[in-house]
Design a protein around this ligand. Structure first.
Ligand code: BTN
Length: 281
């Protein structure tokens, strides 16, 4: 049993100029005032055969999930908590696709210059001269999950969380989290962000299906300046290492140089280090 879609979402999704292009999502849209996790609901729908474009949306999550088993802070009414079933998207790194989709969706309807931080964080760079670390504030993230144990290649749930108008966070994320409202200095219409992200998803998924992921990866690289030339720390199979990012491969792996070698980082935890101070070079 789903709840009544709030007016701001109805208005944004029903705009005549976008309604037809959004119909692949709105035809099968499950909305909840409160749900444990939209990804969990979408995964159950995927497993019961729901078609591509099936969408789950909530105003609050009680057990929102982030990468690596973390919680995703999901207070009522001030964020976007969205999951979409995607089918038939072989050979395209879906997490990166979802990052491009979300960053472009947000950029189209706000003045917030959202960037991507590998693999899936939606971040905003703070002032160059700021002595504060971390220099990038996180305004959203992506959690793409495949159906466990199924030979259903190319079927995934893409979960997108965006801090739209949130102003306070739990202590463990307070120094790194921010929202579109805080960064732009004005209230942001979550319905407009939703509809813009879904339009971006329709456009990019069509493009990837017909022409492959090359253009999408190119756009990802443009949206992620930190994926080249940033100092990072990561856990390799041979222990902790630090190096400098060298960009992404076509499968989404991050290349990192340390000394004379270059390693492909596929997942796991990455720590972004401050740039070396000029006087220490
Ligand atoms: C991350 O940065 O760690 C990923 C966060 C993903 C959060 C979204 S909110 C909608 C969907 N439902 C979830 O439980 N998680 C994703």
């Amino acid at each position: 049993m789903t709840d009544v879609l709030p007016k701001d979402f109805v208005r944004a999704l029903g705009e005549p100029v976008v309604a037809t292009r959004l119909s692949r999502f709105t035809q099968r849209l499950a909305y909840f005032d409160v749900v444990e996790s939209t990804n969990d609901v979408a995964m159950r729908l995927l497993e019961s055969g729901a078609p591509d474009g099936t969408t789950v949306l909530a105003s609050a999550q009680t057990a929102g999930r982030g990468r690596r088993g973390r919680n995703w802070f999901s207070p009522e009414g001030v964020g976007l908590y969205l999951s979409v079933v995607i089918r038939d998207m072989q050979a395209v790194p879906i997490t990166l696709l979802a990052g491009v989709v979300a960053a472009e969706g947000i950029r189209s309807v706000t003045e917030v210059p959202v960037e991507l931080e590998w693999p899936n964080d939606l971040v905003v760079e703070s002032d160059e001269s700021s002595p504060i670390w971390p220099r990038r504030q996180k305004v959203g993230g992506i959690l793409a999950e495949g159906a466990p144990g199924r030979a259903d290649h190319g079927a995934v749930v893409v979960g997108i969380g965006v801090n739209v108008n949130s102003t306070g966070y739990p202590p463990d994320i307070a120094d790194r989290a921010s929202s579109l409202e805080v960064i732009s200095g004005r209230k942001v219409d979550r319905g407009a962000v939703l509809s813009s992200i879904l339009l971006s998803l329709a456009g990019w998924s069509d493009k990837c299906r017909t022409a492959g992921g090359v253009t999408m990866l190119q756009r990802w690289r443009e949206l992620s300046p930190s994926s080249r030339g940033s100092r990072v720390l990561w856990a390799s199979t041979e222990g902790d290492r630090s190096g400098v990012t060298e960009g992404i491969d076509s499968d989404g792996a991050l290349r990192v140089r340390f000394g004379e070698q270059s390693e492909r980082v596929l997942g796991g935890e990455l720590v972004w280090l401050p740039e070396p101070a000029l006087d220490s070079l």
